[in-house]
Design a protein around this ligand. Structure first.
Ligand SMILES: [Zn+2]
Length: 299
């Protein structure tokens, strides 16, 4: 359940401390939790949700690395908070597992492979799909929503802007049009869909917060989780694809809005500073390979 009242009270308190106390939380971040009083999630697990090979890195680094191939990781995350579970992104469709030809969102550009299923990884720690309370998705590209249909009893959390966008008329970029068509197919019609309007405190206690970071797609979001020992961690979604792009403010050509993408990267930097947060970058294979993998977890 969403704690609307509590969220509202916290928002009012934050707004108050804002106008009277001149806190360090910038206006644009006013809906985010107070780092000093935010609650905790107990566990954060990384799931292996596929890996991919693209034949032209310059799509992600315009003007550089033309024709060079690049490998990406695909990562899903599972958060335990009390007796509830949040799955963040769902990866490549598991129906394509072990297919030697792989699977693609844009056939001329990128091929994904999946070695492990989400449901198999959940089973490793004793969970079934029906145990997942929320499936929160960063955005509607196929490598992030490929398994939403496996969780018909979970509440899907996504930005309203994103949901509206995938059904909007096609634009000039054919790659983007293809991705939208695939998104409509993979999303289907979730039984329990909660459309969000901007930043959202999922449990009303600051332990898990969805942060609006548009630009890669119109309703893209990232996730801020608070853990007792590990502190605050930001799960990127695709707000950025690599540590190098983040350091140099580089925006992939597939992104729907370059200026918004740069603003969202700036927002992530601000959140990292306010919360002393680490940033886990979904597709950065070099970084991902250094992170714990289920059954290991962050706490
Ligand atoms: Zn992606």
């Amino acid at each position: 359940m969403f704690k609307h009242t509590r969220t509202a009270i916290i928002s009012i308190l934050l707004a108050t401390s804002f106008s009277t106390g001149g806190t360090r939380i910038a206006t644009a971040d006013s809906k985010l939790p107070d780092p000093a009083t935010a609650g905790f999630a107990e566990k954060l697990y990384r799931l292996d949700c596929g890996h991919s090979l693209a034949n032209d890195e310059s799509v992600w680094t315009p003007g550089e690395n033309v024709g060079r191939s690049i490998e990406f990781s695909s990562t899903c995350w599972l958060i335990k908070r009390g007796s509830e579970w949040v799955l963040w992104d769902t990866g490549v469709p598991q129906s394509t597992m072990n297919d030697p030809n792989g699977w693609s969102t844009l056939p001329k550009l990128i091929v994904y492979h999946l070695d492990k299923s989400i449901t198999g990884q959940l089973a490793e720690i004793g969970l079934k799909a029906s145990d997942i309370t929320y499936v929160a998705i960063s955005h509607t590209h196929g490598d992030h929503i490929g398994n939403v249909v496996l969780f018909p009893n979970s509440t899907v959390l996504m930005q309203r802007t994103e949901y509206t966008w995938i059904s909007s008329p096609d634009g000039p970029n054919d790659n983007v049009n293809q991705l939208k068509a695939l998104a409509r197919k993979l999303m289907g019609t979730p039984k329990q869909l909660k459309l969000l309007d901007g930043d959202t405190d999922v449990f009303g206690d600051g332990s898990v917060t969805l942060i609006a970071t548009p630009g890669h797609t119109p309703g893209h979001q990232s996730l801020l989780v608070h853990l007792k020992n590990s502190g605050f961690i930001i799960l990127s979604g695709d707000v950025v694809h690599s540590e190098d792009n983040f350091a140099r403010n580089i925006v992939p050509s597939l992104n729907t809005d370059k200026a918004a993408s740069i603003a969202s990267m700036a927002r992530v930097r601000r959140v990292m500073a306010t919360y002393q947060a680490k940033l886990f970058i979904n597709h950065d294979k070099a970084q991902t390979d250094t992170l714990k993998l289920l059954p290991a977890f962050y706490d």
